[in-house]
Design a protein. Structure first.
Length: 70
């Protein structure tokens, strides 16, 4: 079992964190890439805003549930 952890700050100072479980490392890495891509799209104005919404860089990591190691 793998866990994806994320932590990022908005440009207004709000902090967002969370986690999601995945059955394999490959699935976790795919989820990490998708979340990272979504943050880039939103930051580039894909949601209709004219300014960046997230302070870079976001932290998105996949770790093993049993060991806590990447």
């Amino acid at each position: 079992m793998w866990i994806m952890l994320w932590l990022f700050m908005s440009t207004t100072g709000g902090l967002t964190s969370g986690s999601a479980e995945f059955p394999t490392k490959e699935a976790c890495e795919a989820g990490r890439k998708e979340l990272g891509g979504m943050l880039v799209r939103v930051n580039e104005g894909g949601d209709g805003t004219a300014r960046p919404m997230f302070a870079p860089p976001p932290e998105i990591r996949c770790i093993q549930k049993a060991t806590g190691k990447p």
